[in-house]
Design a protein around this ligand. Structure first.
Ligand SMILES: *Cc1c(COP(=O)(O)O)cnc(C)c1O
Length: 388
């Protein structure tokens, strides 16, 4: 097949520094490039292709819907959207779902819900949202402003007003900010993904949730990356024994099709009324059919399997030569290496394993159903790249 790298360089906006790999097809956790070279996919499109590439059941569910009805707009009722919302509510205990097309849009919805809830209940001067330092919440102006990393902010001033950042795992600092300001909500990732794969401490999360409840501050979990089985529970907040008011998700939900969801708990289920928010493509039948299939596969067995594979990766890499530390949860794993992460990723790519980075770490986000033998092969190659 002809190379298409140059065409991309010429015509696609240079917002992505791409790896020098031209992918043409895949099957499960294997990808093939333009020359037919095989790679083990340890990134699954940044935690998106949760069942790998071209999973037979997922393809069947999506193509069946595609042959029936691909889009109607939100002016009409469609079955996949309704069923998906019901399934998400059944499995989380949350009450209503708003669908968009991405993580950033799911978070935009959460931000609007928090502002409206607080304005209605506590007055219009109560609109500030606390997020954590080192967090990542998206690229739109509001979610960029929510993101607690200043290097993302520099080129896009002025930011959207109303976001304050507080250090992760520092309950006293959170309380101080919450007492000095009128706070509508706190938004956090249970495991910071782009920030370097750091799981929040249980103690911090439970104390924040209790304080927020007492003070009528909404608790929003950004589960765009951690959601949909990635951490070994359906949603990562479930590891912490807390009940969020809002949960946002996207990435792995559609199994490779663009869909985002903002799930609303009891306190906020009625906050948005007719016309308050919307999305032309949101809840699209094809994407919803894909998501329904993904959820149908995320049963107790699959989640137990994710935890088992996770334990295998942690055991293999902790203490391995050239590995300083291993962090994360489930199949969302960060490896702090002695050599620069970019060098490890390049060495692995040469050997046919595609890994990601997050800050200074090597990041692994394989498909949740990656076969154990394929996983073992990839981990051996990563280990030897770290040891060299
Ligand atoms: C990826 C990500 C987003 C943004 O999602 P998009 O689909 O790229 O808009 C938001 N929050 C978290 C935690 C993410 O990992």
């Amino acid at each position: 097949m002809k190379s298409f790298k140059q065409l991309d360089e010429n015509y696609v906006a240079h917002t992505y520094k791409r790896f020098p790999v031209e992918i043409v097809r895949g099957q499960g956790s294997l990808l093939y490039d333009v020359d037919g070279k095989e790679y083990i996919d340890m990134g699954s499109g940044i935690a998106v292709s949760s069942l790998g590439v071209s999973d037979a059941g997922w393809v069947a569910a999506v193509t069946a819907q595609l042959g029936q009805l691909q889009h109607t707009s939100n002016l009409y009722y469609t079955s996949p959207c309704a069923e998906l919302a019901a399934e998400l509510c059944k499995r989380t205990g949350l009450k209503k779902v708003f669908f968009g097309n991405s993580g950033a849009e799911a978070n935009e919805c959460a931000i609007k819900v928090a502002r409206k809830y607080a304005a209605d209940k506590k007055g219009e001067d109560c609109y500030k949202i606390l997020t954590l330092e080192n967090s990542f919440h998206g690229r739109t102006l509001a979610t960029l402003s929510a993101t607690g990393q200043t290097h993302y902010h520099e080129l896009f001033q002025p930011l959207v007003d109303g976001f304050l950042h507080t250090p992760a795992n520092d309950f006293e600092a959170f309380v101080k900010l919450a007492e000095e300001n009128k706070i509508a909500a706190i938004m956090m990732e249970a495991v910071q993904g782009e920030g370097g794969v750091y799981a929040l401490d249980r103690d911090f999360v439970t104390r924040v949730a209790a304080f927020a409840k007492e003070n009528d501050i909404l608790v929003i979990f950004d589960e765009v990356q951690t959601g949909n089985g990635r951490t070994g529970e359906l949603y990562a907040y479930m590891h912490y024994g807390v009940t969020p008011d809002v949960v946002t998700t996207a990435k792995g939900l559609g199994g490779g099709l663009p869909i985002g969801a903002c799930m609303l708990g009891e306190k906020v289920e009625g906050v948005l009324g007719y016309g308050d928010h919307g999305s032309t493509f949101g809840g699209n039948p094809v994407c919803a059919a894909g998501a329904l299939y993904v959820l149908s596969q995320l049963d107790d067995n699959m989640l137990a399997d994710v935890r088992k594979k996770s334990a295998y990766v942690f055991e293999s890499l902790c203490g391995a030569k050239g590995v300083k530390s291993v962090s994360g949860m489930g199949l969302m794993i960060g490896i702090e290496t002695e050599k620069p992460a970019a060098d490890i990723v390049a060495a692995c790519r040469e050997q046919g394993v595609l890994c990601l980075t997050a800050k200074h770490k090597v990041r692994l986000l394989p498909a949740l159903n990656i076969p154990q033998t394929v996983l073992e092969k990839a981990i051996e190659i990563i280990k030897s790249a770290c040891a060299e």
